[in-house]
Write a protein that binds this ligand. Structure first.
Ligand SMILES: C[S@@+](CC[C@H](N)C(=O)[O-])C[C@H]1O[C@@H](n2cnc3c(N)ncnc32)[C@H](O)[C@@H]1O
Length: 253
């Protein structure tokens, strides 16, 4: 698993988009005052914190199979019930939460069908998720993998390796789990970078599949990849902003 390297590197990698994506996800999920929510694969707790702001910290819970992330999520929302667990075996009774959400997780589950079925089991009203559009408009990762493919056609581009990252695949997964009124849509968010190094530095730290690939390369190959990414982003000499698209899915119980 490549999410154990540290929450600080994660925050500068895809985590940079986390707050904006969490707000867009909570809006699209339609969580309302008075409801309870479970964040499955909560990571360091960015969506959990957004849900706590909207619903109250005592009305939200989270699970994640990574110990450092569970600790970080507990620190992010002290009153929330955060447990070490995977989606495939949720430690909650049937219908324990009004809304069950997972953000950027379905594509990492070892058994997504079982994971979504479990999310449905513990939900009373709705189950939602969003995943990056790895093959398309998640610019930060797309630039990285297009640069990697330029240098090594066998690079493990997440646009090809990730499953359940298109609206059709997500809708099929949700429908198969017995969820109803299944709807998909795009969530588009942005993140700002001080300069190119601000973009590049989390990759050699080894976070997520892209970082794991980068950290695995030798020094020369890393330098070539850095240069190719720089070019693909338009050789920025100062601050810049990138947009990122995620596909969202919602189904009712
Ligand atoms: C890209 S991170 C997303 C974290 C967080 N949801 C966010 O939006 O920042 C993927 C997360 O999925 C978790 N994960 C991996 N496999 C999982 C599984 N089978 N069930 C639940 N979470 C899982 C990882 O530990 C990691 O925290």
């Amino acid at each position: 698993m490549t999410f154990t390297t540290g929450t600080e590197a994660y925050a500068r990698h895809v985590g940079r988009y986390g707050a904006a994506l969490s707000a867009a996800h909570a809006d699209a999920a339609g969580v309302r005052t008075g409801e309870t929510a479970l964040d499955v694969g909560c990571g360091p707790g960015v969506l959990l914190a957004e849900l706590a702001r909207r619903l109250g910290p005592e009305r939200v819970a989270g699970v994640d199979p990574s110990e450092p992330f569970v600790e970080a999520a507990r620190a992010a929302v002290r009153e929330a019930d955060v447990r070490l667990a995977a989606a495939e075996q949720l430690p909650f009774a049937e219908g324990s939460f009004d809304v069950v959400l997972s953000q950027l997780v379905v594509n990492f589950m070892s058994d997504p069908k079982a994971g979504v079925a479990e999310m449905r089991r513990v939900a009373r009203l709705a189950v939602t998720s969003c995943v990056w559009d790895y093959a398309g408009e998640m610019t930060m990762l797309r630039a990285f993998w297009d640069a990697a493919l330029e240098l090594d056609p066998a690079a493990p581009d997440e646009g090809r390796t990730m499953r359940h990252c298109s609206p059709a695949e997500l809708a099929a997964l949700w429908t198969e789990a017995g969820l109803r009124d299944v709807q998909t849509r795009a969530l588009v968010v942005e993140a700002a970078y001080d300069d190119f190094d601000d973009y590049w530095s989390p990759f050699p730290a080894g976070i997520a599949p892209s970082g794991a690939y980068c950290a695995w390369l030798d020094e020369d190959a890393q330098a070539a990849l850095r240069e190719a990414c720089f070019r693909r982003l338009g050789s920025p000499t100062g601050p810049f902003t990138l947009s990122a698209r995620a596909w969202f899915v919602r189904g009712t119980v």
